[in-house]
Design a protein around this ligand. Structure first.
Ligand code: FES
Ligand code: FES
Length: 155
C-alpha cells in the first residue's frame, strides 16, 4: 500500500493507505480526527469540509493520496492556545448551531470565506454556504454568526 504523508493541524503524519482511501476517511479512521463529519455520499452536505493548503475542500471528494505533501487543517486545529477561533466563538455566541452535525463544515467554510472576503454581505455569506446543508437552524443564526465574526476580525 502507498504511504501518504501530510501535515495535519501542524503535525506531520505518515500512514500506509489503500489508494481508494478518501481524505475524510484518512482523517477520521487513521488519525481519529472525528470532528470532520460525513453527512452524505453525494458530495452535497459540506459536513466534511476541511482546509487543504488554506482552501476549503469537501474531504469526501478528495483522495488521501491527492493530499500527499499538503497542509491540512481540520476543525480540531482551528483553536489557538485554548482560544476558540473568532468564527467558532461567534457560532457559540449567536447560537449558530443546534445538533452541531453540520457545524465543523460550516465553520471551516466560513473561515475560508472570511480569508477571501473580509466583509461579505448577507447575500455573499448565503451564497458561499450553498454547499453546506443544515437541517436544524434555518441558517439565520449561522449567517448572523459569520457576519459578527467578520466584524470582529476586521476590527
Ligand atoms: S460528506 Fe462530504 S459533502 Fe457530504
Ligand atoms: S445544527 Fe443540526 S444540521 Fe446544522
Amino acid at each position: 500500500m502507498p504511504t501518504v504523508t501530510m501535515t495535519v493541524n501542524g503535525q506531520q503524519v505518515s500512514r500506509e493507505v489503500e489508494g481508494r482511501t478518501l481524505l475524510v476517511q484518512f482523517l477520521r479512521e487513521h488519525l481519529n480526527l472525528t470532528g470532520t463529519h460525513v453527512g452524505c455520499d453525494t458530495s452535497q452536505c459540506g459536513a466534511c469540509v476541511v482546509h487543504v493548503d488554506g482552501k476549503s475542500v469537501k474531504s469526501c471528494t478528495m483522495l488521501a493520496a491527492s493530499a500527499n505533501g499538503a497542509k491540512v487543517t481540520t476543525i480540531e486545529g482551528l483553536a489557538r492556545n485554548g482560544e476558540l477561533h473568532p468564527v467558532q466563538a461567534a457560532f457559540k455566541e449567536h447560537h449558530g448551531l443546534q445538533c452541531g452535525f453540520c457545524t465543523p463544515g460550516m465553520v471551516m467554510s466560513a473561515v475560508d470565506l472570511l480569508q477571501k472576503n473580509k466583509n461579505p454581505s448577507e447575500h455573499e455569506i448565503r451564497e458561499w454556504l450553498e454547499g453546506n446543508i443544515c437541517r436544524c437552524t434555518g441558517y439565520h443564526n449561522i449567517v448572523k454568526a459569520i457576519d459578527h465574526a467578520a466584524k470582529q476580525m476586521g476590527s
